[in-house]
Design a protein. Structure first.
Length: 536
């Protein structure tokens, strides 16, 4: 078969091959990100989604062999249009399904993932077949493999540097979809002019409908997403944003006016009872450290390190103490501290704590920050750890023996650590794993717990260096004799804290089989996900 101006045909097929690889990989990333945002546990969701799409790609490649050569061009343009529409609308469909048909949500999600993977696989042999009109067999194989791989590489770079956390997923999907649509339009314009190639009229109509449908979908995407997401929360959404690290949502209940902060769908605090959480997290640790400093006859100001807690609520409690020196707050996501510094509800809750001159905001990964601080020989009087629960491996490393070993090295003599450790009832094994791991890292721990209505039953640990001659349980008993802490609190009293250190015999007993958490064997993630909340 002879095609006029073959050099333009090579340009066209090269563009199609490159665009196919780019759109393919970004579609996979978008669906994997949507899945991890909704279901959590990206270490599991990413390989599941990408693996499913690769399986579907193989099926699509196999099915494409049954398309006659004479219909390859029409089939290719049709596939590109379908990829454009389904890929563009996939986040909207998935969020709507999650909001309105939760029971069957996974069926919808995995059907879309499989369909996109199937279409991606279907298009590749068709591109190669069209490309063979312009180049020889051997060059065709080389171009197909190399340009597709080059497109994948460029798509990965664009995703990491320009898209994730920068462009909302619903807009990113339409950007990729427009690339598929552009491929279809360019292919139609060029090949429809070739006498040897017959492009049907229905293909032209399909392109027109795709342009109109895509435009309408893009125009209404924000409204659709907002409406679907609102169904997931009892309160009115007053703020939401996507960052490179997470999806942030703040809500306000229409009647009680309670404010809630959610990160990737997980509740971080509710204004109705957040003081129960933060007072337990902060005051026992600082009181113990002040008590030890008085015994040491040390009057130096406290140097406090807070890991996490970018909402400023823990800082608010710390700043109640008159002997606080420097407070260093390490928060990975600058969007959280920016929100805490500008959002009216948060400013009222945290008492504008992050505005204080002696509060140093450090936007770094806590794991790396702690490593670097140990190398630099830095030490702190009090370390407050307010990380999210260990629901994935990225968070699990922050509960590892190596991390807690470094935390111990950051403590001054008589320094105290407090850490939130999730629920000792609902994720008992993960809670115990945290304490055993801290002990294995050279820390002496004191477990305690309390009821927080928004979170159910919750737990923390206090810890000191095992080399320090300190009895945490003895200090807790001494604290029981006092009526109040040295600073005002809304909920916690010394008596209440001592009561919190007492557990029923069904929690801390029979824990010999629970393993510690290491970097290479993150048992805590397994305990949290497999033996936790789902049973309730």
């Amino acid at each position: 078969m002879s095609i006029r101006r073959p050099h333009w045909g090579v340009v066209l097929s090269s563009f199609c091959l490159f665009s196919s690889g780019l759109a393919c990989i970004v579609d996979e990333y978008i669906l994997a990100q949507v899945s991890s945002n909704i279901l959590g546990n990206p270490a599991e969701q990413w390989p599941v989604v990408i693996g499913l799409m690769l399986l579907a790609t193989g099926v699509g490649v196999w099915v494409a062999q049954f398309i006659p050569d004479t219909k390859a061009v029409n089939a290719f343009i049709t596939i590109e249009v379908l990829l454009s529409l389904i890929g563009s609308f996939s986040p909207l469909i998935i969020m709507t399904a999650y909001a309105y048909m939760l029971v069957h949500f996974k069926l919808v999600f995995y059907f879309i993932a499989f369909t996109l993977g199937f279409l991606i696989g279907f298009e590749q042999p068709l591109i190669a077949l069209i490309n063979q009109r312009f180049v020889g067999f051997r060059s065709n194989i080389t171009m197909t493999l190399s340009l597709d791989a080059f497109g994948v590489a460029v798509g990965t770079i664009l995703w990491v540097k320009c898209m994730v956390g920068v462009i909302p997923l619903q807009y990113a999907s339409f950007m990729v979809g427009s690339l598929n649509l552009l491929v279809a339009i360019v292919t139609y314009i060029y090949l429809s002019r070739q006498q040897e190639v017959q492009v049907s009229f229905y293909t032209f109509c399909l392109l027109g409908l795709a342009v109109i449908g895509g435009g309408l979908g893009l125009y209404n995407s924000e409204t659709i997403i907002a409406s679907a997401e609102q169904q997931l929360f009892t309160g009115k959404i007053i703020h939401k944003e996507d960052t490179r690290f997470q999806h942030i949502v703040m809500t306000e209940h229409p009647k009680s006016k309670d404010v809630m902060l959610f990160l990737n769908g997980s509740l971080q605090f509710c204004s109705a009872d957040e003081e129960r959480y933060h007072e337990n997290l902060v005051h026992p640790a600082i009181h113990f450290r002040n008590t030890l400093k008085r015994k040491q006859q040390n009057t130096d100001p406290l140097n406090v390190l807070i890991l996490g807690g970018g909402d400023g609520l823990a800082v608010r409690e710390v700043k109640k103490y008159p002997n606080i020196g420097q407070v260093s707050l390490v928060e990975l996501d600058p969007a959280i501290t920016q929100l805490a510094n500008k959002e009216a509800h948060l400013l009222a809750l945290n008492d504008s704590a992050l505005y204080k001159n002696d509060v140093s905001l450090i936007h770094k990964d806590a794991y790396t920050f702690v490593e670097n601080s140990v190398r630099a020989g830095q030490q702190y009087d009090v370390i407050i750890i307010d990380f999210p629960d260990p629901r994935n491996e990225a968070l699990g490393k922050l509960y590892s023996k190596y991390f807690f070993h470094n935390i111990r090295l950051l403590l001054k003599q008589g320094g105290v650590v407090s850490i939130q450790a999730s629920s000792p009832v609902h994720v008992k094994h993960a809670y115990i794993c945290t304490g055993k791991t801290m002990t294995a890292a050279g820390l002496q721990v004191l477990p305690y717990h309390d009821n927080i209505p928004s979170f159910n039953h919750w737990g923390w640990y206090l810890a000191v260096n095992q080399l320090d001659d300190i009895s945490l349980s003895g200090m807790a008993r001494d604290l029981y004799t006092q009526k109040e802490f040295e600073v005002p609190t809304r909920y916690l009293t010394p008596e209440r804290f001592f009561a919190n250190t007492i557990f029923g015999k069904d929690i801390l007993n029979d824990t010999e089989d629970i393993e510690i958490n290491t970097l290479m064997n993150q048992k805590i993630v397994h305990y949290y996900l497999k033996e936790g909340w789902w049973i309730y």
